[in-house]
Design a binder for this molecule. Structure first.
Ligand code: HIS
Length: 385
């Protein structure tokens, strides 16, 4: 047998005890929390036709998506690299949830073509929530608060970073950049390549706009100060720009009132990893310093257009596998009882009764050797000894 037979591919790992149980514990806690906020669970399939998986705004995901030919239909399929576009397909095409608000949540493993550690796990276990059918700031607030509440519920201490994709887009439009220039700039910002950004601005932007792009990149820091600065310097550039900044300011004000203990940070030029987003974007970083966000999300209006129903949408997801080391270990305090392997209906009833009380009952093939409580037949009745 070749030695490589028992190796798993780079970035695809087994989760062993007790880590797997720990993940399951937190998964339940998160999904139960979503449920209590009115989010219904959906479980999309692991793979879909690339036509639906990589449609519209999700086409940017193509490089991350493992693809293969479906032996049934001959069509190209892909393993999901993100569940959000799948949930958008479900709401637009399966639930046809027009004219109403839909709240959905999901859990599942996703897969990425490459093992880029800087971008997080190659096979995240994605847990998330999406809200469809509302385009006001209230739904952005609901989703961000749900994320904060969920992370607090699993005892993760985080910092919140906020941004708005529209601000970069609007500045590009106002400065009169053409499509190619706009895409190049977005690509530079996605990589946060500051020297390239400076070179791009020097070569492509003139007059007062040069200073504005430099200001944009400087809008990074404490939320209250940064939004005040951005609002004073960008005020009046356009109605849209004012609206975007006002939305952010309102968001900051709201969260400072409801989540006073959360450290809120603004980064108006940070669009890294926000591929299909169109509005307010956000990320939660570990307060104990961790480069990858624990959870992230944002508004992504109209992603469902290709599925026949364009709905406003906002949501967030987190990678439970990536967050596992940051989560407290879960002690297994369940009582253990050993049971003999004998054919006896009363014993079986007793075992079921104990399990229904949350007691762990383990079959023993050598009861004498076990340390701990045992089920023993005492004068015809099964009892704990
Ligand atoms: N699925 C996105 C986050 C998101 C969820 N909903 C909206 N955005 C991601 O993993 O980056």
């Amino acid at each position: 047998m070749q030695q490589s037979t028992w190796f798993t591919p780079e970035g695809l790992e087994d989760l062993l005890p007790p880590q797997a149980q720990k993940l399951e514990f937190y998964r339940r806690q998160l999904v139960d929390g979503f449920h209590l906020s009115g989010y219904d669970l959906v479980l999309p399939p692991l793979a879909e036709f690339t036509d639906s998986l990589l449609t519209g705004t999700a086409r940017h995901m193509a490089v991350d998506t493992c693809r293969f030919t479906d032996q049934e239909s001959g069509r190209m399929m892909g393993v999901r690299a993100d569940m959000t576009p799948q949930v958008a397909r479900i709401v637009s095409n399966r639930l046809k949830a027009d004219g109403q608000i839909s709240r959905l949540c999901y859990v599942g493993e996703v897969l990425k073509t490459r093992n880029n550690k800087a971008k997080g796990s190659r096979s995240p276990i994605q847990v998330g929530a999406e809200l469809f059918g509302h385009d006001g700031i209230e739904s952005d607030i609901e989703i961000i608060e749900l994320m904060l509440e969920s992370l607090k519920g699993i005892n993760l201490n985080i910092k919140l970073s906020l941004g708005h994709v529209g601000i970069v887009d609007e500045l590009i439009a106002l400065a009169g950049l053409n499509d190619a220039q706009g895409s190049e700039l977005i690509d530079i910002l996605e990589r946060k390549a500051i020297p390239e950004f400076d070179a791009f601005v020097a070569a492509n932007i003139s007059g007062a706009w040069t200073a504005r792009f430099q200001q944009l990149i400087s809008y990074c820091g404490n939320a209250a100060d940064t939004i005040a600065k951005a609002q004073s310097e960008f005020s009046g550039l356009s109605v849209q720009m004012d609206a975007y900044l006002n939305h952010l300011a309102e968001m900051v004000q709201h969260l400072q009132a409801t989540h006073a203990s959360v450290d809120i940070h603004l980064d108006l030029a940070d669009i890294r990893g926000f591929q299909y987003h169109t509005g307010i974007i956000f990320a939660a970083y570990s307060a104990c310093g961790f480069l990858q966000p624990i959870a992230k999300g944002g508004r992504y209006d109209n992603i469902g257009a290709d599925f026949g129903l364009a709905l406003p949408a906002t949501g967030f997801s987190l990678d439970l596998r990536g967050a596992l080391d940051l989560l407290a270990d879960v002690a297994d305090n369940t009582d253990v009882v050993y049971a003999p392997c004998v054919s006896d209906a009363d014993l079986q009833n007793k075992i079921e009764e104990l399990k229904s009380q949350g007691i762990k009952v383990v079959k023993s093939y050598d009861l004498e050797q076990e340390n701990g409580k045992k089920l023993s037949n005492q004068n015809g009745a099964w009892q704990l000894v």
